[in-house]
Design a protein around this ligand. Sequence first.
Ligand code: GLV
Length: 327
Amino acid sequence: MNKPQVLVARAIFPETIARLEEHFEVESNQDDAAWSKAEFIARLQGKQGVFTTGSERIDGELLDACPDLKICANMAVGYNNFDVDAMTAHGVVGTNAPDVLTETTADFGFALLMATARRVTESEHYLRAGKWTKWAYDMFSGSDVHGSTLGIIGMGRIGQGIAKRGAHGFGMKVIYHNRSRLDAQLEADCKASYASKEELLKTADHVVLVVPYSAASHHTIGAAELALMKPTATLINIARGGIVDDAALALALRERRIAAAGLDVFEGEPKVHPDLLTVPNVVLTPHIASATVPTRRAMAGLATDNLVGFLTQGKALTPVNPAVLTR
Ligand code: GLV
């Protein structure tokens, strides 16, 4: 019997390709070429599965043109690159990669918070530029992390990981805002208390965004929300580009209406709003929150398990539209 055919849309670990090849005819993009949508569609012809990374858009137009496609396995916990309704309508399963990246991503959220609050990259640039000629009492004074108030918007698994680091490791007072309130036990584990978005923005010293992207969460932080924040506050976005209005943020940073920001994700990435590149009080990283070798291996492994499980046994481990599986 012919093996199912699978397309791997981006360069990935050689071991991932080898494992997929045990089960499938695999076409891969190990050169990491930038495919146009037309080329992506052309390569998907005859493929039952596709391994995506979160950058490849799967929408109704693509699905109409790829009638053989049955599963799209994202190597990312976020899946806003999927039009889930269109996938469900076409009977195509989408899977994501939750859990395996939670602690690594929470570590990075904290790293970005520390770097931002304590002006790590700004001061390093100063040193590297040869500008450090003497110590000064007020040189690169930042804000304290320990003992401060941490406001988390989006209290899923990663948000909870950040809350625990803040409360248990740094003695922070943790407040959070989420679509739904956590149960009492989870709130106690995280030492976190629920707040309205407005109250959180007004009182937090550090605001961390970990909310999934959707039409409803677009520009969760815009000019009006930035205006509520303390002038000494920092804002961290490890969620998705589009959760923050980057133009409004750049202006608020330039006018020192908030103290600093740390951003791992950007509207329209990999492009970055030009104003963010010129303001000093922002730490910028290229969407690397889950980037440790073991975690990236685990994410690729879970995407592979989803493809193998579904195309060989009709079972997906982490479907985002499970209703398709029971049809
Ligand atoms: C990364 O951004 C992910 O969603 O896994």
